[in-house]
Design a protein around this ligand. Structure first.
Ligand SMILES: *[C@@H]1O[C@H](CO)[C@@H](O)[C@H](O)[C@H]1NC(C)=O
Length: 407
């Protein structure tokens, strides 16, 4: 019992070996300097490890499109070509329309080539199956003077979407106005994309560009498409999805006007560019009317559109004691890692390595006979004080303190 107590109240300290060698001395200091430079230069100054970061950005986006186009001899305004109309962060500008007028519920021939037929028996295999534009009835009916098609039940006449139309080229000159407010909840920091330096007059006239007007919230569609490295004519013809990204990377240790948005543009449906099966972007919608006798009829519209997705991301950092302390401790601890490298060089590659090994290692044995001779180390491994070199490969069993070596 008493021996346990005396063993407990002891103090152990590391024995140091001082090596007076220029080679290893220089290597040691160079490694230490490199590690310190890395921590100060990269971890602290570039990566700002002394800050806490808030990546859970909250954001709201409102959009408004302006401009007039002409399509099929009709002047088109915002209500005609923007959908949905709420001005959300995702909206479409319609560039091309294929309309099928005056559709009513009834029976009529299919319009797609694969339903061509010469007699009813060609169509019976489709009976009650969904066709392209309705449910097939299994009959073969004349489509025009020369061609016969399988008959459908549904909205008639069926749409013919193979007709070629040119897109509304004025879309290129339409403008998109974006209002974006963000908040970093951790720091309760709010900001909007109308910077305090922007005046009313400026907003009325400006157009975003990457060099002079980087904070103007009004974007010309043609510019956006160009910044996304797309060809406007092609995009307007087939439709597509363009991303307008607003990035907020803020250092809240700096002044308020250093926290600014940065805009970037990209095509989001990159897959449909390469893929020939379903290129572009289109959708259908219908407008419904009632005839005097009470039956419904509708105008079906197949719309090709450029969809814009406004994506907001960002993070903010601010000085905080806890990450600062943790990273400083990590930095100081890492300086000691240089010792491992120096040990490896010293014990393996330097002239007189055997001699250094002899000084550094003393053989340890756990034989109870040895330990009895030394009451002080009874509970521990005993040390046999001879000059046997321990052929151990674990010179990497280091501790963080300096090992110093004497010759
Ligand atoms: C867009 O505007 C420019 C300059 O205002 C004009 O020259 C151009 O013809 C317009 N483009 C279209 C497609 O209307």
């Amino acid at each position: 019992m008493w021996s346990c107590i005396t063993d407990f109240f002891t103090y152990e300290t590391t024995k140091s070996v001082v090596v007076k060698s220029w080679t290893i001395g220089i290597i040691n200091r160079v490694v230490q300097v490199l590690i310190l430079t890395y921590f100060i230069g990269w971890v602290f100054l570039v990566e700002k490890a002394y800050q806490v970061r808030d990546t859970a950005i909250e954001s709201s986006v409102m959009t408004k499109v302006k401009g007039f186009g002409v399509y099929n001899d009709r002047v088109m305004d915002v209500a005609d070509y923007v959908t949905p109309t709420q001005g959300a962060s995702v909206f479409c500008i319609i560039t091309k329309l294929i309309t099928t007028e005056n559709q009513v519920q009834g029976y009529c021939p299919e319009s797609e080539k694969k339903y061509a037929c010469t007699q009813d028996s060609n169509c019976t295999r489709y009976l009650n199956k969904p066709g392209s534009y309705g449910i097939l009835t299994g009959k073969c009916v004349p489509f025009n003077a020369t061609i016969k098609m399988c008959e459908i039940k549904g909205w008639c006449p069926a749409e013919i979407d193979t007709i070629k139309t040119t897109p509304m080229m004025e879309v290129e000159n339409f403008t998109i106005f974006i209002k974006n407010s963000i908040r970093f909840p951790t720091f309760n920091y709010t900001k909007g994309n109308f910077l305090s330096t922007i005046t009313d007059d400026y907003i009325k006239k400006c157009n975003f560009d990457m060099i002079n007007n980087t904070y103007c919230p009004i974007f010309k569609v043609g510019d956006v498409v160009r910044y996304a490295q797309q060809n406007f004519t092609k995009l307007a013809d087939k439709g597509g999805v363009i991303g307008i990204k607003i990035g907020w990377i803020c250092d809240l240790d700096k002044s308020n006007d250093q926290c600014n948005p940065s805009y970037s543009f990209t095509r989001l449906d990159a897959m449909s560019q390469k893929n020939a099966v379903s290129p572009g972007y289109n959708f259908r919608f219908a407008k419904y009317f009632k005839m005097e006798n009470g039956t419904d009829y509708r105008i079906l519209v197949k719309a090709y559109a450029i969809r814009f997705d406004v994506l907001v991301n960002g993070n903010a950092g601010k000085f905080n004691m806890i990450p600062t302390l943790i990273n400083m401790v990590a930095a100081f601890t890492s300086v000691g890692v240089g010792t491992v490298l120096c040990d490896i060089i010293l014990l393996n590659f330097l002239k007189g390595a055997e001699q250094y090994k002899a000084k550094k290692f003393e053989e340890v044995s756990d034989s109870p006979l040895d330990s009895q001779s030394n009451r002080f180390y009874r509970s521990q491994l005993s040390l046999r004080h001879n000059e046997t070199i321990m052929r151990s490969s674990d010179s990497g069993a280091f501790s963080i303190e300096h090992y110093n070596y004497s010759q």
